[in-house]
Each structure stands twice: as structure tokens, then as C-alpha cells.
Design a protein around this ligand. Structure first.
Ligand code: BGC
Length: 350
């Protein structure tokens, strides 16, 4: 396959950041950087053989340092929100960053998205492995946590993200990837005409601060129902309190078939290009976020992004998992292996 390494700028403390370009035999390419173990680009064919980059991002690492939208980033140790910015592990309360209305979003001010990871090419050159040592009490979480994120590009046009980690104390491990996709091409307007299917009968209801209340609500008969493929924009403006509080979709879907195996969780398609994205994962939840809080900004290749310019499908435990007995725990026991896989697979429909 062959991996190209290029310079991507420097961190604030002068460390060189690299960007790694991988290409498969079909001409599909991805770019990843060791800053935030971030997915920077996915270039894939449409039904006429035209290649476009279908993920939102930036041309220079300095924009990723300021990346308030977490474009393409690896999020950890904990993806999504934790109410009151506190977690309790074995009866001890740990304070974590209050970075959103007194709550915690995506782990804090210097999460895994804002650090430089060690980079290593897989020996068969099909992927890149990023490693990070998160020290005891990093962001307020207990235990030294050694973690790797491996991106592989397969000949089946899959971007495979494999997470693996181990801690020396009981801690929270709930990583995710925060890529915004636009199957028409990055910068090509809103994603409201994309079709979405999510294999979830229920979602986690949120309060005005987007923190789960603990209620799992059936999607059936609500605008949250994606059990049959539905155009995202169809119901997004419905007079439904859950959509109003989040300004669109920004909810965790409770995935069906939670047996720990990797299964198909979501399918997205875009009619004008014929591009299809299938998401496979062993995770129990998926945050479907329609980029409601993207403010006007310029991204890669001078393209402009705005509200709903991309959607995220973030695989994970349910948000605020630490505070609801009916939500599975994201506590990783000391010495146990944290291991999870999510695959974004691209194809075209004629
Ligand atoms: C959250 C959004 C948040 C965004 C930040 C998403 O994972 O669900 O509420 O605004 O991350 O970019």
C-alpha cells in the first residue's frame, strides 16, 4: 500500500506534527495525524468515479489545536457528556473539567483530541497505530492508562478504527471518534438531504443541558425514528421537545443486538453522488449529531462550513453512564483490556 508522511505544522511547544496518507488499490485514500489521533480526510468515489473528500477538517494543525467542534478527533478518556463533571468509581468521587455549563463534554480542556500521540506504521502498511500514555489523574480520571488507536484502510473501502487500552487502577474508558461526514463532499452544504438508518429501537432522553435523564424512550412514532431509512431533514424541525433542546439531532441511540459482536449499526446514503456509508461497531450506543453547533468557518481547501454541514455517528457507551443504574458502566477494571472496534465502510449505489 505505501504510506506517505508529510509535515502538518508544529504544536504550541514546538513539536513536529505529521500527517500520514494511506491509499488502497481502489484509489480510496485517508489522512490521519498524530495530533489528537485525528482522521483528517477520507477521499472516496461517487457513482461516476469522481473522488471527493467526505470529511470536514482543516489544512493546518493550528486549527486542530483550536478545534471546538472536535473535527475528526479521537475523544477520551470519555466521549460525550457527564452531568456535574463528577464520576464515582468504587465509592470515590473524582472531579473532572467543567467545560460546558458545569458539566463535562468530551473529557475536558486537554482531552485525547488535544495531545500528540506516538505514531507507528503497521508492518503491512495498511494502517497507522497511535499510542498515548495518559498519566494517573489525567483530566481528573484515576490510573495510568495506556491506550492505542489504530486506523486501517482495507481493500473493501473500510476505515477501521480499533481502540485498545489498559489501566493500573479502575477508571473510565469510553473513547470515540468525532468525524463529521458529508457524503456530497466536504463543504458541499448541509447534510439534511442524506438518508439515515439507525438500528435502534430507543434513544436516551436528555434534559435542557443535553444530559440524559435516565429514560430510554422508544423511537417509534417520534421524529427520532430511523428504523426505516429516512431523510435527515424530514423531521429535524418537528415540534418535539427533544429536538428543540438540542437544535436538531444530538442524541445517543440505544443500539439493538448488544451482544458484543461487531454488527451493522447505521447506514447513510446521499442520492446525488450515490455514496453510501455503513457503520459497524461492537459498541452499545451511537451519538447521532447533525452538526447543530457548527458556526460559519473555513475548512480544508478553502471550503466553508456552517450549521449541519456534516453529521457524526459516534460509537460509545451511553452518555452520563456513571449516573444511571440502568445504563451499562464504562468503568474499566485495573488490568482488564479495553477493546472496541468501529468501521466506516464506503460504497456507491447506482
Ligand atoms: C455532542 C454535541 C457537541 C459536539 C461538539 C457532540 O458529540 O453531542 O452536543 O456540541 O460534540 O462538537
Amino acid at each position: 500500500m505505501g504510506i506517505k508522511v508529510s509535515r502538518f505544522g508544529k504544536t504550541k511547544d514546538g513539536k513536529e506534527v505529521s500527517i500520514f496518507t494511506l491509499m488502497n488499490g481502489n484509489g480510496m485514500g485517508i489522512e490521519v495525524t498524530n495530533y489528537g489521533a485525528t482522521l483528517v480526510a477520507v477521499t472516496t468515489q461517487d457513482r461516476n468515479g469522481r473522488f471527493d473528500d467526505v470529511v470536514l477538517g482543516y489544512d493546518d494543525v493550528t486549527d486542530y489545536m483550536d478545534n471546538d467542534g472536535y473535527f475528526g478527533a479521537t475523544i477520551g478518556r470519555n466521549g460525550n457528556r457527564i452531568g456535574g463533571a463528577q464520576v464515582t468509581i468504587n465509592g470515590t468521587v473524582y472531579e473532572i473539567d467543567k467545560n460546558e455549563k458545569g458539566n463535562n463534554l468530551h473529557s475536558g480542556f486537554q482531552g485525547f483530541d488535544k495531545v500528540l500521540w506516538d505514531a507507528e506504521m503497521l508492518t503491512d502498511e495498511t494502517g497507522m497505530r497511535f499510542s498515548y500514555h495518559s498519566p494517573d489523574m489525567d483530566q481528573g480520571f484515576p490510573g495510568n492508562f495506556d491506550v492505542t488507536v489504530t486506523y486501517t484502510l482495507t481493500e473493501d473501502n473500510e476505515v477501521k478504527i480499533h481502540y485498545q487500552g489498559e489501566a493500573d487502577k479502575d477508571t473510565i474508558a469510553n473513547l470515540t471518534n468525532h468525524t463529521y461526514f458529508n457524503l456530497a463532499g466536504q463543504g458541499k452544504g448541509a447534510i439534511l438531504d442524506h438518508q439515515m438508518w439507525i438500528d435502534a429501537d430507543a434513544f436516551t432522553v436528555i434534559d435542557e443541558e443535553s444530559i440524559p435523564t435516565g429514560e430510554l424512550r422508544a423511537v417509534k412514532g417520534t421524529p427520532m425514528d430511523f428504523m426505516e431509512p429516512k431523510v435527515i431533514g424530514n423531521d429535524i424541525d418537528a415540534d418535539y421537545e427533544q429536538l428543540r433542546v438540542a437544535g436538531g439531532y444530538d442524541h445517543n441511540f440505544v443500539l439493538n443486538n448488544q451482544d458484543g459482536t461487531i454488527r451493522k449499526c447505521a447506514v447513510v446514503s446521499e442520492d446525488t453522488t450515490g455514496r453510501v456509508l455503513e457503520v459497524f461497531s461492537d459498541c452499545i450506543g451511537i451519538q447521532f449529531y447533525t452538526g447543530n453547533y457548527i458556526t460559519k468557518r473555513s475548512g480544508k481547501d478553502g471550503e466553508m462550513y456552517d450549521k449541519c454541514g456534516g453529521f457524526c455517528l459516534e460509537t460509545q457507551f451511553y452518555p452520563d453512564h456513571n449516573h444511571h443504574e440502568n445504563f451499562p458502566s464504562a468503568v474499566l477494571k485495573a488490568g482488564d483490556q479495553y477493546e472496541t472496534t468501529t468501521i466506516y465502510k464506503f460504497s456507491v449505489r447506482k
